[in-house]
Design a protein around this ligand. Structure first.
Ligand SMILES: Cc1cc2nc3c(=O)[nH]c(=O)nc-3n(C[C@H](O)[C@H](O)[C@H](O)COP(=O)(O)O)c2cc1C
Length: 196
């Protein structure tokens, strides 16, 4: 199969691209995630893609962060990933659902203890007076869980972006890139080529 034609399943193609990116790049999983308030004010930040299957793309974060707040009020998102070394970009847009506590726990348990402590200690996106305040919170959390497992915080977990559209972009010479946009159609996908 060549990159320069429409495919049947863009998520399967994205899985192949991620394998290529793992082999070719330092950080294959970084994706820019855009969310918006209900009145349409957008915000974007980078998160790591932690899961991809036929249901969608999963990432993990603090549910009381700015993105968590925006997703609660407006559960839609767009993401873009780019691998310079491969000349490929993917864009995904869709609705967002919270992943189950079991799935969040399974991922949580793979995280290093330091990251688990940090998740408890950081009220992500809230104001801090200074760095010392954060350090003190870390020390408190370390004391609280000393010698024991660090459990999944109730305010932390995964989100799944369930794609409604996917665009696969491939660099070509003279800015005459290939762009293929896919929209859900029944149980499959309808693809069309866009001008670069
Ligand atoms: C390479 C990279 C990976 C990141 N991965 C995550 C992530 O997986 N989850 C997360 O909550 N924040 C991650 N961050 C931090 C976010 O970019 C962001 O600062 C944080 O989530 C707060 O965003 P918010 O205030 O818009 O909610 C990452 C940052 C970078 C640069």
């Amino acid at each position: 199969m060549t990159d320069h034609d429409l495919v049947d399943d863009p998520l399967a193609q994205l899985r192949t691209w991620l394998d290529d990116a793992r082999a070719a790049t330092e950080q294959p999983l970084a994706m820019t995630l855009a969310t918006a308030t209900p009145d349409g004010t957008p915000s974007a930040r980078v998160v790591l893609l932690r899961g991809l299957d036929e249901h969608g793309l999963t990432f993990f974060t603090n549910r009381t962060s700015r993105k968590g707040y925006e997703l609660r009020l407006n559960p839609r998102a767009a993401v873009a990933m780019h691998w310079w070394e491969l000349g490929r970009q993917v864009r995904v847009e869709g609705v967002v659902e919270e992943v189950s506590m079991d799935e969040s726990t399974a991922y949580w348990e793979t995280r290093p203890r330091g990251s688990q402590i940090a998740a408890w200690a950081s009220a992500q996106s809230q104001l801090l007076v200074d760095r010392a305040e954060l350090d003190a919170r870390v020390a408190d959390v370390e004391k609280r869980f000393a010698g024991g497992e660090v459990p999944l915080p109730p305010f932390w977990g995964g989100y799944r972006i369930v794609p409604e559209s996917v665009e696969l972009w491939i660099h070509r010479d003279n800015r005459l890139h290939d762009r293929f946009r896919y929209a859900r159609e029944g149980t499959g996908w309808r693809g069309e080529r866009l001008a670069p």
